[in-house]
Design a binder for this molecule. Structure first.
Ligand code: COA
Length: 176
């Protein structure tokens, strides 16, 4: 598997994850938004020369209110908006769901967020989960619900937890 930045041709073959809005976003906007700096897009493929897109996500700098983040970060927070990394879109192709690709993509998104946070402050990684199924998926990967909404529920993982996950990952791969 390889994960890389989106290329212009990637939308040409279409994409189908079972959510028409995500599919349409990928084809129409993912590359353009990436180029405009609105949201960097990353794709996963079987091999460097493969053309079938198995999944993608977008990552941006964003902010969230201290009220929203307080349940996870505690109450000793400034009163102004706090920096976060934001996963705007996240999807795996229907034919390849349930095979660990989503987990691999998320690890990549968290790794890039942790790397960016070394240079630009970020309290954690934030997203809105589309439905109960995706909420279960994100919760399994360590995200905490910041609400009880059935759709578009805000979820968050603190950068301290992401950093710990990255350190564990690094020590596992050096001991192999
Ligand atoms: C949600 C989605 C990204 C998950 O990707 P995936 O590649 O299928 O997930 P994985 O195979 O990596 O699964 C990781 C873990 O989450 C669990 N999981 C995955 N989908 C799940 C679901 N729908 N309900 C509950 N748990 C789920 C898996 O059981 C697995 O746990 P395990 O490691 O203990 O077996 C994918 O199903 C998808 O793209 N769905 C449609 C689009 C969508 O809803 N995107 C999210 C937008 S917010």
């Amino acid at each position: 598997m390889i994960i890389r930045r989106i290329a212009k041709a990637d939308g040409g073959g279409g994409f189908s994850c079972g959510e028409p809005t995500l599919d349409a976003f990928f084809v129409k906007h993912a590359y353009r938004n990436d180029q405009a700096g609105i949201g960097r897009a990353y794709v996963i493929l079987d091999a460097p020369d493969a053309t079938e897109i198995l999944g993608f996500y977008t990552l941006s700098a964003s902010s969230a209110t201290p009220e929203l983040l307080k349940p996870v970060l505690g109450s000793r927070l400034p009163k102004y908006l706090l920096p976060v990394s934001y996963i705007g879109m996240f999807a795996v192709a229907t034919s390849r769901q349930g095979k660990g690709i989503g987990s691999e993509l998320m690890l990549d998104a968290l790794m890039r967020s942790a790397a960016a946070a070394q240079a630009v402050g970020s309290t954690g990684v934030f997203l809105h989960s589309r439905d109960e199924k995706s909420t279960a998926f994100y919760a399994k990967l360590g995200f905490v619900s910041l609400g009880t909404e059935a759709t578009h529920r805000p979820m968050f993982i603190p950068m301290s937890v992401v950093q710990r996950m990255m350190n564990d990952q690094a020590s596992r791969s050096t001991s192999q």
